[in-house]
Design a protein around this ligand. Sequence first.
Ligand code: 9UX
Length: 70
Amino acid sequence: MSEVTIKVAGMSCGGCVRNVTGVLQALPGVERAEVSLEAGEAKVVFDPAKVSVEGLCQAVDDAGFEAASA
Ligand code: 9UX
């Protein structure tokens, strides 16, 4: 397992946090996602054999936010 912190721009309320968390946790290979509205970050524990950091960012982008690996 690897862990990465991704910058997530565009989250405005707790609903956004739930949405981003759900999008990340739905991805194959994601074990855990902790999203902080205050920090504008998502900490993700994932299996790099199944999903890449780029893939994590793409899923967040597709959900209408803007992700960048820190
Ligand atoms: Mo809150 Mo986020 O009403 O897209 S869920 S702003």
